[in-house]
Design a protein around this ligand. Structure first.
Ligand code: NAP
Ligand code: 3JN
Length: 338
């Protein structure tokens, strides 16, 4: 079997760590694994397949001989280093927003638009969408193919792991200190996140939406290859460690009964229907954490419009929302093109 030299850039972060685990779990054909982070992490080691791998500083010459680069070092670092890596012959799969809307960079969720991977030849870069978009489009796609979606109204309930390691620690610290009647530190978010909900993810734009909300709007159109789908989003941070939940309202061009939607989604790749509310069965963040599938339930008619459904979509934001989706892209890439 052919094997590949793989680099993980941002290896010490929440996404990078999960990428290493997913490569191991899925037995990705790795010849040599190179782990890259900032100079702060030089000297650290991370486990891969029973061995300790040293973390190296990400530098311009880090990609010589590397076939595939899985990137999550933040937008500014990707903007600088992804083209450098691509110029040395490495195909970059980038988890940041740096290249997502570049028309010469495919934005891929394999269950939805795997064919778009072919476009990597233009710049040597494939973009991984935002986590909130990924879990929504794997559910929207089979419904759109059946009844054409006109409009989507989504509200998200996003876990703190979406903000990285420092936010996971901040929620832990705030919960422990509040229980012990001690002062809490507020560093990562503008407000206390423990026992709170913040309608504010990423920075605010001139139109009153946040960048996270506009990512959902624009990325959905690109991945679904249909700019006519209207999307409006409200993104909210909640005190959950792993898995994003979403309330999604969809308006279709023709009728889709809840039964038909369940039947379509039961056959959809990467989707699990959990929808038996009378037995208290619906998707939950704590059940989705650590899983690969996107879970959907509470499927019911929107009784206020002609052809509408409401549903609840949950997935592990660090796995399907980031690391797993990137490794699935890499799997398609090597199967079809390398
Ligand atoms: P994190 O836990 O804070 O980790 C950040 C990683 O980037 C660490 O490995 C860090 O290394 C590295 N890094 C930072 N500055 C660097 C530099 N100058 N040179 C090299 N490496 C550098 O964050 P995360 O949650 O893993 O997220 C990282 C990025 O992934 C985000 O900024 C975002 O763009 C993307 N992301 C995407 C999704 C998605 O929706 N698909 C979800 C979450 C995150 P050190 O440990 O050495 O500082
Ligand atoms: O907040 C979340 O739940 C997901 C966060 C994603 C994120 C965080 C910092 C920078 C991104 C992203 O993937 O869109 C970025 C970015 O690259 O813009």
């Amino acid at each position: 079997m052919k094997t590949y030299n793989v680099a993980v850039a941002g290896a010490t972060g929440a996404v990078g760590n999960e990428m290493i685990s997913v490569l191991e779990e899925r037995d990705f054909p790795v010849k040599n694994l190179v782990l890259l982070a900032s100079s702060r992490s030089v000297g650290k080691t991370l486990p891969f397949k029973g061995k300790s791998v040293k973390v190296q500083e990400l530098k311009e010459d880090s990609f010589k001989g590397i076939d595939i680069g899985l990137f999550s070092p933040g937008g500014a670092v990707s903007t600088k280093f992804a083209p450098i890596a691509a110029a040395s012959g490495c195909v970059v799969i980038d988890n940041t927003s740096a290249f997502r809307m570049d028309p010469d960079v495919p934005l891929v969720v394999p269950e939805v638009n795997e064919h778009a991977i072919a476009g990597y030849k233009k710049k040597g870069i494939i973009a991984n969408p935002n986590c909130s978009t990924i879990q929504m489009v794997v559910v929207l796609k089979p419904l759109h193919d059946f009844a054409k979606i006109k409009r989507v109204v989504v509200s998200t309930y996003q876990a703190v792991s979406g903000t990285g390691m420092k936010a996971i620690k901040e929620l832990e610290q705030q919960v422990l200190n509040l229980y012990n009647s001690r002062k809490i530190e507020i560093k990562v978010y503008p407000h206390q996140i423990a026992f709170n909900c913040l309608p504010h993810i990423d920075s605010f734009l001139d139109n009153g939406y946040t960048k996270e909300e506009m990512k959902m709007v624009n990325e959905t159109k690109k991945i679904m290859e249909d700019p006519s789908i209207a999307v409006t989003a409200t993104t909210v941070r909640v005190p959950v460690f792993y898995s994003h939940s979403e309330s999604v309202n969809i308006e279709f061009e023709k009728d889709v009964t809840p039964q038909k939607a369940r039947a379509l989604l039961k056959k959809a790749p990467g989707v699990k229907v959990v929808d038996d509310p009378l037995k208290n069965k619906y998707p939950l963040a704590i059940n989705a954490a650590g899983k690969d599938d996107t879970f959907v339930g509470r499927i019911r008619r929107d009784e206020t419009i002609a052809h509408g459904l409401n549903m609840w979509i949950v997935a592990d934001n660090i796995r399907k929302g980031a690391a797993l989706n990137a490794v699935q892209i890499a799997e398609s890439l090597i199967e079809k093109y390398m």
